[in-house]
Ligand binder design. Structure first.
Ligand code: HAM
Length: 436
């Protein structure tokens, strides 16, 4: 009863469905991945860009496509004070980056313009492992290049990032969706094929049959998959130019030694793609969710009112990358570094310790204290729990004599020294440990 009485406020509930709080090791891993991404982006000469988390809805309707699941089922439309706004939370990053390219006159910059971004996207999906309603992506967009080596470079970036992150055998599935010349003809062929099975397709695919027959190839329903197995392949139906382009993408990917598998059934869930499409996987394991995806989108800049500009890009899902790393047991060094724990007993010791604290922090060491704990024992225990490398112990006696004890938390070895000598001693000791 006593316990209940102390709860004068009601619990407010949990994080919204499909969202997560990230903290500790998982967030440290995310920081490490983002650092890795930005370092690699610099290495590839990419310019960082950040666009808003919400945009005009029409951007996604036109670009990603009104008929796609992402827009039709998963987009968060915004309303304010009961009034519908023409805005939506971004389900992906490419549309905003292309809008910014046009808005800031980047077409007059030296081409191609190579951009990199990281941010959260929002999709109202059915939450499950690897599928969140707030998700984090890192992405690359290269605008103003029609050269197949740009595809290969973007795929190389994607593969290398996954490899450096710690994915053991990252692999790319590569396909083509054709262009305005060959795709409509291929779609007609597909419709013709699937109409024979019209009664057997799932309700989503029955709808897709009229507008997006290529999406049937990607349906997860086993019955639709079975029917799709014998459907005509897009790769056998490319026009001459698309076929040549695909061949050159493959040659460039070979030269860059990017591991890929050709997948004639690769159907991406966004409408803006032309020609090359690809997805990144953990390994050749069939069932896994894609870690990333991308492709060429030669019509999007024009669709948004800019000049005709060939472009190519990709995005990697950071949540999925983290889960692949955590479940695969791959090297994920996410332990927090604590160099020094200050153990303080007595009032005079506290003064001395605070003076030492400000010096050590400004000399770039990581330093922690437990000012709410009084006994030597409880503070040493806290130092151990924090995983500190060294403890600096200042008791009444040491404080009076202007001294401190430095204890190596791993070996238990202790040395008493002048307080003034402590910073230099710690630098030498920690330098020695990190070199081991
Ligand atoms: P996307 O394939 O829709 O492509 O998403 C890229 C990646 O984001 C996916 O491979 C996946 O790892 C991650 N992702 C997507 N949805 C979720 C979710 N609900 N929960 C967790 N992770 C998710 C795009 O977004 C394109 N903008 C990529 C691109 C850039 N194409 C050209 N340029």
């Amino acid at each position: 009863m006593a316990d209940n009485q102390s709860h004068t406020h009601e619990l407010i509930g949990s994080a919204p469905r499909g969202t997560r709080d990230l903290y500790g090791a998982t967030l440290l891993l995310r920081h490490r991945l983002l650092n890795l991404f930005w370092n690699q982006a610099e290495q590839f000469g990419l310019i960082p860009i950040q666009t808003p988390s919400f945009e005009q809805k029409v951007l996604f309707l036109k670009g990603v496509g009104e008929e796609t699941d992402i827009v039709q089922k998963e987009m968060y439309d915004l309303t304010s004070h009961g009034e519908e706004l023409d805005l939506a939370l971004r389900p992906e990053g490419t549309a905003g980056v292309v809008r910014a390219y046009i808005e800031h006159g980047m077409a007059s910059w030296p081409q191609p313009v190579r951009l990199a971004y990281a941010g959260t996207m929002f999709r109202h999906e059915r939450p499950q492992r690897g599928r969140y309603r707030e998700l984090s992506q890192v992405g690359v967009e290269i605008l103003g290049s029609s050269n197949p080596s740009s595809e290969a470079t973007v795929m190389f970036f994607m593969w290398l990032f996954a490899k450096r992150a710690g994915i053991l055998e990252p692999m790319i599935k590569l396909g083509s969706t054709g262009d305005a010349e060959c795709r409509p003809k291929y779609e007609k062929k597909l419709q013709h094929y699937f109409r024979e099975f019209a009664g057997e397709l799932c309700s989503d695919c029955t709808r897709r049959l009229e507008n997006r027959p290529m999406r049937i190839l990607d349906c997860k329903n086993p019955r639709c998959q079975k029917i799709a197995e014998k459907a005509p392949s897009v790769l056998d139906n490319l026009c001459k130019n698309c076929e040549q382009h695909f061949k050159e993408v493959i040659e460039a990917a070979d030269l860059l030694a990017v591991p890929y598998e050709i997948d004639a059934r690769l159907a991406r869930g966004l409408d803006y793609y032309t020609r090359t499409v690809f997805e990144l996987f953990h390994s050749s394991a069939k069932e896994a969710l894609a870690l990333g995806g991308g492709g060429r989108y030669d019509g999007l800049v024009e669709l948004y009112g800019g000049q005709k500009t060939p472009a190519i890009g990709m995005a990697i899902g950071i949540d999925r990358l983290e889960e692949a790393l955590q479940s695969g047991g791959a090297a994920t060094e996410t332990k927090q570094r604590i160099d020094v724990f200050l153990v303080i007993v007595g009032e005079l010791a506290k003064q001395k310790a605070l003076q030492l604290y400000t010096i050590l922090i400004q000399e770039d060491l990581s330093v922690v204290m437990a000012p709410d704990k009084e006994s030597l024992r409880s503070q040493l225990k806290a130092a151990d729990q924090a995983g500190a490398s060294q403890a600096v112990i200042i008791g009444q006696q040491e404080a009076n004599g202007g001294q401190a004890i430095v204890r190596d938390m791993e070996t238990g070895k202790q040395e008493t020294m002048d307080l003034l000598a402590v910073p230099e001693y710690l630098h030498a000791r920690l330098g020695h440990i990190s070199a081991e």
